[in-house]
Ligand binder design. Structure first.
Ligand SMILES: Nc1ncnc2c1ncn2[C@@H]1O[C@H](COP(=O)(O)OP(=O)(O)OP(=O)(O)O)[C@@H](O)[C@H]1O
Length: 592
């Protein structure tokens, strides 16, 4: 097993691969059995020409049928043993490679689940999908192939050379001069192929990325009649992938003919010298036949080896891409002290001189923000688009860490709280209502796994979606299509509010989540929220929503411009007054 992983490591490019190969550890017994069976096949393959030489020299040349039968019988028996070993080996190789793939995929998935938003910025979704599917499949295939034939091919070459020496030293020398050069040539090809296949996988990422954007934006593409443009964009990346793959394969394709040419010249040499030796030095014909047979088998082994090299070049690129994800440090590490199991009990929020910029960007999106929100208070955050409202929200459940200052919940720095404890008590309704494939009930109970039907119904009633659900064909069991395609924007918003309410949060964050609701439904919803003993923050661009809140925070260009209730802001903030006037004017016009 250790030898096997060592060989694989060498092939896959050094110790860095140890991490990926450690996934084979639980299957070491199966790996050992597979290797043993592979060696059985190899031994049979190596003694076949020797047996053939015996049949010729001891049987056919001496006209002794009994000898032919004896050696022929041994040959058939050995072939059956090799056949059985091959079948069982395939079974073990499939079991090990599939289990290995399953484990790596699981680890990768778990790692990605722990990623912060900043980590996601580094790895685009499409690239993560390629890594989790195509790259792991490449590795899986390589493990399978390596258990079936990887060691067989090089061992067959070395063993074949050894056996040739046993048969006839002079003729074997011809083979042994050529073989090392071919080995070196193949390792050179592997080195070159590795970087080419890395590019191929990156091009595959690009194809997946365009396809993903395309499929999720298909309605928009149709509405804007952008089909031709999108087809052109896709064709461009697809062509890149094709050209890159052809370039990489071309290197591999010339490898095989070069190998065959050299080996065939070698066989010609053996035949030529062999015929001279038969005539002058009394070498037996069977010996020459055996050497030619070994040379043919070595040639076949070299051809297989060149294919293996190609697969390894590809797998090496994939292994690097997979380990890159596995070795990524999650930058939102838990700093909590396990002795102090801090959690959210009241829902008091406190920002002190908070500034924030997105990782990897230069611009501050929040600057020196300070405010306090008492438990149970409802606060509206009002501001123009791009003012930093969503960014501010994301700091509360610690989706990002502050750049400066401190965010406290119930008096504790969020960075010192166990992330899970913090997020469990926060109901977050994002700007874009995202639903999952499944029933309405499942989508709501996604917020609380063990939610009872009573809790689900209560959350739906308060989110003003219960009546709508009851009018659906199978009520709570109605299936929601992918991303909620069969629901209206407002229905999706209310379902995601119900999903947040069902967990009875201590802090409720609504990010423009009522934008698609009419004023009457919105007023009812805001009224129902008063039933909950939680601190509620509502991002909105509508004054009518803000008026309902206990307090309003007015944000502009990442700064907290003013704070107070509707009446006081009308007196103290010129901007607030202007927004109010413009919106009430609009509403008057709309409702005139
Ligand atoms: N992931 C991100 N990476 C880098 N910059 C970002 C990211 N998300 C938002 N920004 C930038 O941060 C600034 C504030 O964005 P934010 O989404 O907080 O505004 P907002 O007030 O919620 O706007 P809207 O009302 O349109 O949702 C914007 O200038 C935006 O370009």
């Amino acid at each position: 097993m250790a030898f096997y992983t060592y060989i694989l490591q060498l092939q896959l490019g050094g110790l860095r691969m140890a991490r990926i190969l450690s996934y084979l550890k639980p299957y070491r017994i199966a790996v050992a059995v597979a290797l043993l069976l592979m060696l059985t096949e190899l031994v049979v393959e190596l003694i076949q020409p020797l047996l053939m030489a015996k049949i010729i020299d001891k049987g056919i040349m001496q006209n002794d049928l009994q000898e032919v039968m004896k050696w022929g019988g041994i040959m058939v028996g050995a072939s059956f043993a090799a056949f059985a070993a091959g079948v069982i080996n395939s079974f073990y190789a499939a079991h090990v490679s599939q289990s290995f793939g399953f484990d790596v995929r699981k680890s990768l998935y778990e790692k990605v689940q722990s990623f912060s938003f900043a980590n996601f910025n580094h790895f685009p979704t499409s690239s993560l999908i390629t890594r989790m599917t195509n790259d792991i499949t490449q590795l899986q295939n390589t493990v399978f192939m390596s258990l079936r034939i990887m060691m067989r091919a090089p061992l067959l070459i070395i063993g074949g050379l050894g056996m040739a020496f046993v048969v006839n030293v002079k003729l074997a020398l011809i083979l042994s001069v050529v073989a090392p050069f071919l080995f070196l040539f193949l390792f050179w090809v592997m080195g070159k192929g590795g970087s080419m296949f890395k590019e191929v996988q990156e091009k595959l990422d690009a194809v997946n990325s365009v396809m993903q954007e395309n499929l999720s934006g298909i309605r928009l593409i149709k509405a804007f009649v952008r089909r031709k443009h999108e087809v052109k964009r896709f064709t461009g990346t697809n062509k890149d992938l094709r050209d890159g793959t052809i370039k990489a394969l071309r290197l591999m394709e010339v490898t095989m003919p070069v190998l065959l040419l050299i080996m065939n010249l070698c066989i010609l040499g053996v035949l030529w010298f062999g015929s001279i030796q038969v005539n002058t030095e009394g070498v037996k014909v069977g010996e020459v036949v055996a050497i030619v047979n070994y040379a043919t088998r070595i040639t076949a082994a070299f051809s297989i080896f060149s294919w293996i090299i190609m697969a390894f070049s590809r797998a090496r690129a994939s292994a690097n891409r997979v380990t890159e994800v596995l070795e990524t440090e999650v930058d939102l590490a838990d700093l909590w002290d396990s002795r102090k199991d801090l959690t959210v009990n009241e829902g008091k929020i406190e920002f002190t001189n908070v500034s924030f910029q997105y990782p990897g960007t230069a611009e501050m999106v929040l600057e020196d923000i300070s405010f306090k929100i008492n438990p149970g208070e409802t606060v509206a955050i009002l501001g123009a688009t791009g003012a930093g409202k969503t960014s501010l929200f994301q700091l509360i459940p610690r989706l990002y860490d502050v750049t400066g200052g401190i965010v406290k919940i119930d008096g504790h720095d969020v960075r010192k709280m166990k992330m899970e404890n913090l997020r469990r008590k926060v109901g977050f309704v994002p700007q874009e209502a995202l639903l999952f494939t499944g029933s309405v009930k499942e989508n709501i109970s996604w917020g609380k796994e063990d939610a009872t039907m009573v809790e689900i119904t209560a959350a739906s009633v308060n989110a003003q979606i219960h009546e709508t659900i009851m009018n659906l064909p199978q009520q709570y069991d109605t299936r929601v299509g992918q991303k909620g395609v069969n629901l209206s924007g407002g229905q999706k918003q209310r379902l995601s509010i119900a999903r947040a309410l069902v967990r009875m949060p201590k802090i409720l964050l609504l990010d423009d989540s009522t934008s698609a609701l009419d004023m009457k439904t919105e007023a009812k919803l805001l009224g129902a929220l008063k039933e909950y003993t939680c601190t509620t923050l509502i991002i909105t661009q509508k004054i009518s929503t803000a008026i309902e809140a206990d307090r309003i925070l007015l944000l502009e260009d990442g700064k907290l411009l003013a704070e107070g209730d509707h009446d006081s802001l009308l007196k103290t903030s010129g901007l607030y007054k202007r927004i109010f006037q413009s919106q009430s004017g609009e509403e008057n016009r709309n409702y005139a």
